[in-house]
Design a protein around this ligand. Structure first.
Ligand code: NAD
Length: 263
């Protein structure tokens, strides 16, 4: 199936590695012109080079911090100027720290609010004027299955992902009449560098190894394994593409069945 992504222009944030990088790679392989960002210039340029080599298409690497609204605006502006417009915006950011409610102070809440909710608001606000000029405008927010099924010890993520989903659903109503589609993917456990690091830390703490910790984590997932970043990215690229032209306001789990509720 041709997704119709050839020559569409996309900005994928927080994409020097993990889900963001995999999404940028897939969009690029499908023929889109892609800009990516993360805070560290050396890392983002290295990822841009690697993606460019694989897809034989230019990939623009930009340094910026999406949790800072001014930086988020500048990233959108630089991407739109360099790409000659914008059709696709994928809002991604790093994850907030783990911990139970009583271990997290107000500063931790404020930081997570800036990283995971306000970043989404700033990026979308900045991109809307440019997206309105596209015939194939699409926004994808990356959240977590924790919005539907809270993960123990992750109160910041559980709370703020739900807020981003409320924002996504509200914008579906407000932007639909302009033809701007917006959806969210709620990823389940996906084997990115961050998850590898998390499992390695658990293994060190318990005196086990990474594979033992992964096996313990996936025991409650019906598919009994984690996703690969590519499995996530294929869904992301589809949702951003004209092939998904009637999918709007949808919260799509890519979680191997981890969300146990029926609805
Ligand atoms: P990751 O740590 O591997 O990658 C995060 C990327 O974001 C990196 O490129 C990092 O440089 C960049 N980044 C972090 N903070 C940034 C900021 N303030 N501004 C710009 N760039 C920033 O993480 P991942 O596993 O790819 O996860 C991506 C997001 O999806 C996270 O929010 C994570 O919590 C969420 N998520 C991941 C999983 C999973 O299993 N991997 C599951 C559910 C939700």
């Amino acid at each position: 199936m041709d997704l119709g992504l050839t020559n569409l222009r996309a900005l994928v944030t927080a994409a020097s590695r993990g889900l963001g990088a995999a999404t940028a790679r897939q969009l690029s392989l499908e023929g889109a012109s892609v800009a990516i960002c993360s805070r560290d210039q050396a890392h983002i340029l290295a990822t841009a080079e690697a993606l460019k080599a694989e897809a034989s298409r230019p990939v623009l690497g930009l340094a910026g911090d999406v949790s800072d609204p001014r930086s988020a605006e500048a990233l959108v502006e630089q991407a739109a100027i360099a790409l000659g417009g914008l059709d696709i915006l994928v809002t991604n950011a790093g994850g907030p720290p783990s911990g139970p409610f009583e271990a997290l102070d107000f500063a931790a809440w404020e930081k997570a609010f800036h990283l995971n909710l306000l970043s989404t608001v700033s990026l979308i606000r900045a991109a809307l004027p440019t997206l309105r000029q596209s015939r194939h405008a699409a926004i994808l927010t990356i959240t977590s299955y924790s919005a539907k099924q809270p993960i123990p010890n992750l109160v910041l993520s559980n709370s703020l992902r739900a807020a981003v989903i409320g924002l996504t659903k509200t914008l579906a109503n407000e932007l639909g009449p302009s033809g701007i589609r917006i959806n969210s993917i709620m990823p389940g456990w996906t084997r990115t560098e961050r998850v590898e690091e998390l499992m390695a830390a658990r293994a060190r703490q318990k005196g086990t190894d990474v594979e033992t910790e992964i096996a313990a984590q996936v025991a409650a997932i019906p598919l009994q394994r984690m996703a690969s970043p590519e499995e996530f990215a294929q869904v992301a690229a589809f949702l951003c593409s004209p092939a998904a032209s009637y999918i709007h306001g949808a919260m799509i789990p890519v979680d191997g069945g981890a969300i146990l509720a029926s609805l």
